[in-house]
Design a protein around this ligand. Structure first.
Ligand SMILES: Cc1cc2nc3c(=O)[nH]c(=O)nc-3n(C[C@H](O)[C@H](O)[C@H](O)COP(=O)(O)OP(=O)(O)OC[C@H]3O[C@@H](n4cnc5c(N)ncnc54)[C@H](O)[C@@H]3O)c2cc1C
Length: 404
């Protein structure tokens, strides 16, 4: 690949149909000197920030957008399949059970996977909230427990990062609501939140964690800080030598980089992210870009970063094709907005911190902005309005019940 203008379209293969991959493909696809193929293992893009809401009474559709819908009318080839190998020299991407693809430039945005740190019993007994089916399974379980007539009423969320906090806050409202609908008036749901560090939101300034802790306690959530999960079984979670009884353990505390990179000899950082240069290329490699959760950058792990990286790489690829000098990557600090229950969110925005109703409004605006990043205004507005839909899979609370 030379850094000069091409006469036939350059084949850019974007791998991963999440925030980073979709943004890259959208930014590149209207350039006539490029043909974009988007490879993704599933036909939908997951909008992770609303998954906690899908798990607590929201509709599946609010957290999932078909790729065909995002790219309707756009010159993008969508290929559903799981990439498993890459040959840097011959520029060939291998897809499980399908023919491989030859690329000129490849962009990887594969996201992360759940990590149970080999803690015994967790994989078998804990619920997750990393995919739409995960959220659906949890929601079904909450209702199935109530329908069976013997709910233990103890719910444990593990992880004091944004996902665990958002879920614990939403659960406190949702459980009260559905328990009441099932006619249980003499018992109150009990929610524990377990975090291994000494504060919530350990990556942010202490005041953020303190304010969120106050809010969660106000909602009746019991916090177990500085507490390590050691094991789980069908009846309880073992935390720092103590057993917490529960039939509902929700694990949000660990992710690991996508195994694709270890399987394909990429150089990883101590955080197991791919080491990248100033253009987000793996060190020593050309025509490969790594973005979003996969790249070792300061704010990796946020949707905002993945979108920013996608835009950055797409612009640089266009510069590369035009023979212009590429720009160096400048990390952009994200805005951290964490909703905790209804009408309240904590906002950490550079030097500013505030929380409450205003934070809640800002979160609504941020979600709309997020949908607008990947869809035209009418579709984004419709997607956003789904956040107010309620969809309960239970004959008492809503629609028909499915088995757990
Ligand atoms: C529950 C939850 C809530 C979150 N809330 C927020 C929030 O409020 N704000 C925020 O900024 N961030 C949030 N995040 C983080 C944010 O979602 C991620 O940082 C973001 O999704 C990363 O984008 P990405 O493109 O790197 O990966 P992803 O969006 O995860 O996309 C990866 C895509 O690659 C596909 N894929 C994986 N492996 C392969 C393969 N081998 N071949 C083909 N396709 C493959 C996956 O199926 C997926 O479609 C949240 C995350 C979770 C789990």
């Amino acid at each position: 690949m030379t850094d000069t203008k091409q006469s036939s379209p350059t084949h850019v293969v974007v791998v991963g149909g999440g925030f980073g991959g979709v943004k890259t493909a959208l930014e590149l696809c209207d350039n006539p000197s490029v043909h974009v193929t988007l490879v993704s293992e599933r036909p939908d893009m997951y909008y992770f920030p609303t998954l906690y809401h899908t798990a607590t009474g929201g509709a599946d559709e609010e957290s999932s957008i078909p790729l065909e819908q995002i790219f309707a009318g756009k010159p993008v080839t969508i290929k559903i399949g799981r990439a498993n190998t890459v040959n840097h020299e011959q520029k060939i991407l291998g897809i499980e059970g399908q023919s491989s693809i030859i690329y000129d430039i490849v962009v990887f945005a594969l996201g992360v996977v759940t990590n149970y740190f080999n803690i015994p019993g967790l994989k078998e007994y804990a619920y997750g909230i990393k995919t739409v089916p995960d959220a659906e399974r949890l929601k079904r379980h909450l209702h199935a427990q109530l329908l069976a007539g013997k709910p233990d009423m103890n719910y444990i969320v593990v992880g004091g990062g944004p996902t665990g906090i958002e879920l614990a806050g939403a659960l406190s409202f949702y459980l009260r609501e559905i328990v009441k609908k099932h006619g249980i008036t003499h018992r109150v749901p009990h929610i524990d939140l377990v975090e291994a560090q000494t504060s919530l939101m350990p990556r942010l300034p202490k005041k953020v964690g303190r304010s969120i802790a106050r809010r969660l306690r106000k909602l009746g959530v019991k916090l177990h800080l500085n507490s390590r999960v050691e094991g789980a079984n069908a009846e309880e979670l073992l935390v720092s030598g103590k057993a917490l009884r529960s039939h509902t353990i929700i694990w949000t505390a660990g992710v690991a980089n996508n195994p694709f990179f270890t399987n394909n000899d990429f150089t990883l950082s101590p955080r197991s992210k791919v080491q990248v240069d100033e253009f987000l290329r793996p060190v020593g490699k050309t025509d490969i870009y790594i973005i979003g959760d996969n790249a070792e950058t300061p704010y990796s792990g946020m949707a905002q970063t993945a979108l920013y990286d996608g835009e950055f790489v797409a612009h640089n690829i266009q510069k590369q094709l035009a023979g212009d000098p590429k720009l160096a990557y400048r990390p952009k600090e994200p805005i951290y907005i964490t909703p905790v229950g209804k009408n309240w969110a904590s906002v950490e925005w550079g030097r500013w911190y505030f929380d409450g109703w205003l934070g809640w409004l800002l979160r609504g605006a941020a979600d709309l902005r997020g949908f607008l990043d990947i869809q035209p205004i009418p579709e984004a507005a419709e997607q956003w309005s789904r956040m107010f839909d309620q969809e309960d899979l239970c004959p008492v609370c809503g629609f028909s019940s499915a088995p757990d």
